[in-house]
Design a protein around this ligand. Structure first.
Ligand code: NDP
Length: 292
């Protein structure tokens, strides 16, 4: 069994991005500029946003954090998004989720210009992914295919089973795995909460991608010998032996599944670190498309 080390690969990606940014600057071009909108002060969102801003600094990006109180009117947020769409200095921006209940996720996603939607959530970007056209790929699926690619995992003709059909992970990663691309060209089965006899599907998977948020729900009896397993899930499980009082766990029972696998992602240190690196890669690609 070989670990798909997302921490290591994301470090490589960030170093590559840093070199590209230095090259842009040495050619007299401006550094990529990413903005993050944070509404409210959800502690997990604060952590994610903090590490996005820190990683921007590390690779030489300019970053702007725009904070709003959770009471902000939807119309005011949409107005600010329109301003960012028209800001020529800004190459991309994201709106950190979750948003307060009185704000429509759909309205916000639709308001972001597809040309600045580095999270890849706008329907135009998802449509482009489906049609194998140039697009901002959603960061987590982009991270997953980059990880498979960097480990040279063969995908052509393989059976990929994805558990989960969310718009940010399950659905786009399924599209990326089925399209005629590298990695890609898999035969893809998408499972979800209404799937009958999940195990009968997962047992056929050469590549199993799990994104359900159901902690440690995939057990060894559900996995084929030699499968590649990508665990997207990340949740906190109470653990009195830890100083923090919790441990991080994925959607897969790692200890019993890992011995059956050819490759598997750990949690933490697998898909998670790839996500931020992919977001920055998107922003850089956006800049390159503009300047070339
Ligand atoms: P969602 O809750 O949006 O989607 C979960 C999907 O799993 C749904 O399609 C749901 O089906 C399906 N599902 C739920 N329970 C079952 C079940 N028992 N059997 C089969 N399918 C099931 O979650 P996300 O896609 O946003 O995230 C999934 C996990 O990945 C979470 O743990 C999240 O924290 C993590 N995550 C990690 C990231 C990272 O960077 N590492 C980034 C994003 C997410 P249905 O559609 O029928 O409801």
């Amino acid at each position: 069994m070989i670990l798909l080390d997302g921490k290591k690969i994301s470090e490589q990606l960030l170093e590559e991005i840093k070199v590209d940014v230095e090259k842009l600057k040495s050619e007299g071009k401006k550094a990529p500029h990413l903005a993050v909108i944070l509404v409210g002060n959800d502690p997990a969102s604060e952590t994610y946003v903090g590490s996005k801003v820190k990683t921007c600094e590390r690779v030489g990006f300019k970053s702007t954090l725009i904070r709003f109180p959770s009471t902000i009117e939807e119309s005011e947020l949409l107005k600010r998004i329109e301003e960012l769409n028209n800001d020529p200095d800004l190459d991309g921006f994201i709106v950190q989720s979750p948003l307060p209940k009185h704000i429509s996720d759909d309205k916000v996603i639709n308001a972001i210009s597809p040309a600045k939607d580095v999270d890849g959530f706008h329907p135009e970007n998802l449509g482009r992914v489906a049609l194998n056209m140039p697009a901002f790929l959603p960061a987590t699926p982009f991270g997953i295919i980059t990880l498979l690619d960097r480990y040279n995992i063969p995908t052509v003709g393989k059976h990929c089973v994805v558990i989960g059909r969310s718009h940010i992970v399950g659905l786009p990663v399924s599209l990326l795995m089925v399209r005629n691309s590298k990695p890609g060209n898999c035969t893809v089965t998408i499972c979800h909460s209404k799937t009958v006899d999940l195990k009968s599907h997962t047992l056929q998977a050469d590549i199993l991608i799990v994104a359900t948020g159901q902690t440690e729900s995939v057990s060894a009896d559900m996995v084929k010998e030699g499968a590649v397993v990508v665990d997207v899930g990340i949740s906190r499980v109470p653990d009195a032996s830890k100083k923090s009082g919790f441990r991080l766990a994925g959607d897969v029972k790692f200890d019993e599944v890992a011995p059956k696998c050819s490759y598997i992602t750990p949690v933490p240190g697998g898909v998670g670190p790839m996500t931020i690196a992919s977001l920055l890669k998107n922003t850089l690609e956006g800049v390159k498309r503009k300047v070339n």
